[in-house]
Design a protein around this ligand. Structure first.
Ligand code: NAP
Ligand code: MG
Length: 398
């Protein structure tokens, strides 16, 4: 390796897996170079969360990071870890600094078949992570209330539009916003990632009903595409496809998969859970944060698997699936290899992924997969033995 990966260590069971992956699957095979940031909650507390900010800035500097799952503190965690304060979600902090979009892709293996029979290739969801209903302003209103939308212009003049005169009815009212710059960054991240992956990009919104709001999303995507990506897409042999969100949903259900599906914030929240459960398991979902300038941060889509960690602490055996965390590493190593022009590193990442999926396809897997597989002859392995089985497979490929 030439440039180090930004390594963001994390919490609980995934922190345990993290070390096993490094010890068994990386360090024996490659000259691993990382700049290490400990985002474990203990160290975030000791550094007043500065370590999270530093790791994100290092990602901007080097371009590629790999992150372990981390605890987002709640009241119970404040007590458990004796925290100075309830720190914000590390992913939120990192996303704000990188200004990125999250792409989630299921890892497809034989024997774990999607519920939707015609889905043969993974569907990647890109979720816009700013605004809409997540930063809404809403109220319950009483009989006789009247709700209006007031826009105060820069010169102080006001424009008011009645939303609804409630009269004899009680009800509810909600407003939301977005900003063009954020939509444009989202569009660019999506177009860049589609080029990176050589996959078609689909986007849906409800522009026929929402003639200003959703139509702006449609227009910005189209403008950015026509201005900066049309030719690049043609060269790469991929397509940008816009349609109404309901038409997109209907087409996705009948497709064979393989596309990147850009979703507005709420659609992405809902659809990513549909996609991950339909493809089998949250433990088989990878996630990458891509900035509009082409900075990448790879992680597993699941959390720290707290329940398994408490068993582990009690000395009980666990069977925690490390596949998504392994793929976070391979994604980051492959990207580093591409950027630094190290074909051996790209090949290694591909081999490690192949060794991982082969191990499962040969019937060796963790408990979560053993419960849902259509294979009949399977061996359920514990967390460590599963990783050792992958290592054995990898050794035959190197
Ligand atoms: P979780 O860690 O994703 O686990 C929820 C359940 O899903 C587990 O109890 C387990 O089910 C199953 N599961 C998830 N990943 C698995 C794996 N790799 N192998 C096997 N089973 C797996 O979610 P959580 O328990 O709600 O959250 C725990 C902590 O993670 C929280 O502190 C949260 O803040 C944090 N979190 C972090 C991230 C991130 O850093 N990206 C994302 C989400 C949550 P069974 O118990 O039935 O076996
Ligand atoms: Mg959701």
């Amino acid at each position: 390796m030439i440039t180090p990966l930004v390594e963001m260590d994390g919490d609980e069971m995934t922190r345990v897996l993290w070390q096993m992956i490094k010890d068994e699957l990386l360090i024996p095979f490659i000259d691993l170079k990382t700049e290490y940031y400990d985002l474990g909650l203990k160290n975030r507390n000791e550094t007043d969360d500065q370590v999270t900010v530093d790791s994100a800035n290092a990602t901007l500097k080097y371009g590629v990071a790999v992150k372990c799952a981390t605890i987002t503190p709640n009241a119970a965690r404040v007590e458990e870890y004796n925290l100075k304060k309830m720190y914000k979600s590390p992913n939120g902090t990192i996303r704000a600094i990188l200004n990125g979009t999250v792409f989630r892709t299921p890892i497809v293996v034989k024997g774990i078949t999607p519920c939707v029979k015609n889905w043969k290739e993974p569907i990647t969801i890109a979720r816009h992570a700013y605004g809409d209903v997540y930063q809404n302003v809403e109220e319950k209103v009483a009989k006789g209330d009247k709700a209006s939308l007031v826009i105060t212009h820069a010169d102080g003049s006001k424009e008011e539009r009645v939303i609804h005169d409630f009269g004899e009815a009680e009800g509810i009212v909600q407003t939301m916003h977005n900003v063009n710059g954020s939509i444009e960054s989202f569009a660019k991240s999506c177009f860049n990632y589609a080029l990176d992956q050589k996959k078609d990009l689909w986007f849906g919104a409800k522009d026929t009903i929402s003639k200003q709001y959703d139509h702006t999303f449609k227009d910005i995507f189209q403008d950015v595409f026509d201005r900066e990506y049309k030719e690049k897409f043609a060269e790469a042999g991929i397509e940008y496809f816009y349609s109404l969100i309901d038409d997109i949903v209907a087409r996705i259900m009948k497709s064979k998969g393989g596309m990147i599906w850009a979703c507005k914030n709420y659609d992405g929240d809902v659809m990513s859970d549909m996609i991950s459960s339909a493809f089998g398991s949250l433990a088989m979902m990878t996630s990458v944060l891509v900035s509009p300038t082409g900075v990448y941060e790879y992680e597993a889509a699941h959390g720290t698997v707290q329940r398994h960690y408490y068993k582990h602490l009690k000395g009980e055996e666990t069977s925690t699936n490390s596949v998504a965390t392994i793929f976070a590493w391979t994604g980051a190593l492959r990207k580093r290899g591409e950027l630094d022009n190290i074909p051996e590193l790209v090949k290694f990442a591909n081999k490690l992924e192949f060794a991982t999926t082969q191990t499962i396809e040969e019937g060796k897997m963790t408990k979560d997969l053993a419960m849902i597989t259509s294979m009949t002859e399977t061996v359920t392995l514990n967390s460590h033995d599963f990783i050792v089985a992958i290592r054995k497979k990898l050794e035959t490929l190197i």
